[in-house]
Design a protein around this ligand. Structure first.
Ligand code: ATP
Ligand code: MG
Length: 414
């Protein structure tokens, strides 16, 4: 879990501003859920036999009432719970987004944190492949906006519940024939959740996983048509993709479309964004088919995206104040207070010197602040309601002007 200090936080702010603009350009609305939920919500939705639920959740007992609570490891389950709790799907489908910290007790390693941040996007109440495509097209636009290059898109399909059941049986048969080659996790999951074995991060398992039967061979006709249609839209939109028939994702609730955006620039943790369709989840969380709604969504890892932006050479300049107000004496301070508020009302970013001290020591602080100008008010200036402007970043003379002129002067040189 990391502190994000000011020398880094401004990059987060740039990222968040860009993301919010991008999301609203697609008509997605913001939703904010609590960070803590009933443990059961995650167990039921993500799946009891998954890395997240088996090993990674921060779960604790609320000693006041004995409830089992969990710090959210992801956002989709909470989002669906909130949508159902407030009946948001009653009138129309929903395009939603959220952002915030997620918590997973993973082994510490580069690119994996125990508190990390996601931007999540969910579209609920849509069944066609057009919305799956919209999500992918959106991502491509964002990479562009962030000057991120060299990410590849992998797409796959998990089919329907029925085709997964068929596939499950074939997988069990296949893995039963190579029991000796399975690691502990895989052996334990062979009968409870064999699809999970395909998501193993153990390199020793790679070969046997590559040889496993592919779900596409058991795919139902409707899912095949859905997958074909998605590919057609992507081709029409000029989005390159690779089909990865082994893509299973780390959460159980997905069906049909799954996708990941992957980069080679971040070492082992190359997935920057991942998602897919989860048509069964709404009914499952709602507890009955009456509440069912098809849906899909994705989440991106903010830390990984920020690192990738850096790797791609994206330069984000830290926000610098326009001016630093230096002042001395009571009358001067009074006028300086009024002046800075007036300048801020006119759109300038101004730091007001606090803490007294000589002009010389104040000027040092003005210089260290990064401001482009020092504004100086002494008794002389206060008397005629003027301010002396001294450029700090280039050699130029100090001039004394009225506040209106000061605003023009500073804005001109931005
Ligand atoms: P993996 O298979 O790599 O563990 P996952 O299936 O757990 O991934 P998701 O739950 O789909 O991943 O998370 C979506 C995105 O959030 C990931 O692609 C990644 O960018 C980011 N992410 C997930 N876990 C972490 C983490 N511990 N630290 C930083 N970012 C993370
Ligand atoms: Mg994981």
């Amino acid at each position: 879990m990391n502190d994000i200090l000011p020398d880094e936080a401004y990059c987060w702010e740039f990222f968040e501003d860009t993301v919010n603009e991008w999301l609203s350009s697609y008509g997605y609305q913001n939703i904010r859920m609590p960070i803590v939920e009933q443990t059961d919500l995650f167990v039921r939705s993500i799946g009891a036999v998954t890395d997240i639920v088996e090993k990674e959740m921060y779960t604790f007992v609320d000693h006041l009432n004995g409830d089992s609570l969990t710090l959210r490891p992801e956002g989709t389950a909470s989002c669906v719970r909130a949508v159902l709790a407030h009946n948001l799907l009653y009138q129309r489908p929903q395009r939603l987004h959220y952002a915030g910290p997620m918590f997973r007790h993973e082994r510490p390693q580069k690119g994996r944190y125990r508190q990390f941040h996601q931007i999540g996007v969910e579209a609920l109440g849509f069944s066609g492949p057009d919305i799956d495509a919209e999500h992918i097209v959106m991502c491509a636009r964002l990479w562009n906006k962030l000057d991120i290059s060299g990410v590849r898109l992998e797409i796959g399909t998990l089919g329907s519940v029925e085709s997964r059941a068929l596939h499950r049986a074939r997988l069990i048969k296949y893995f039963e024939h190579c029991l000796d080659a399975l690691d502990d996790d895989a052996r334990r999951r062979l009968y409870s959740n064999p699809l999970r074995i395909l998501d193993s991060k153990n390199p020793a398992m790679r070969e046997i996983i590559d040889g496993a039967p592919k779900l596409i061979e058991d795919l139902d006709e409707d899912s095949r048509i859905h997958f074909e249609a998605l590919q057609q839209i992507l081709r029409n939109q000029g989005i390159d993709f690779e089909i990865n028939l082994q893509l299973v994702r780390g959460l159980d609730y997905y069906n049909r479309t799954v996708f990941e955006w992957v980069t080679d620039r971040l070492g082992a943790q190359g997935t920057i964004c991942a998602g897919g369709r989860y048509d069964g989840l709404v009914a499952q969380i709602g507890g009955s088919n009456k509440h069912s709604a098809p849906a899909c969504g994705f989440a991106m890892g903010v830390e990984r995206l920020l690192t990738l932006m850096q790797e791609c050479g994206k330069e984000i300049s830290p926000p610098m104040p326009d001016a630093y107000m230096v002042h001395q004496g009571e009358a001067a301070a009074n006028f300086a207070w009024k002046s800075v508020e007036f300048l801020r009302s006119n759109g300038l970013k101004v730091i007001f010197h606090c803490g007294g001290g000589s002009f010389k020591s104040q000027m040092k602080k003005a210089d260290a602040s990064g401001a482009r100008f020092a504004l100086i008010i002494g008794d002389d200036e206060a008397q005629v309601e003027a301010v002396s402007i001294k450029p700090l970043r280039e050699p130029a003379n100090q001039v004394s002007v009225g506040l209106g002129e000061a605003i023009d002067l500073i804005k001109e040189q931005r």
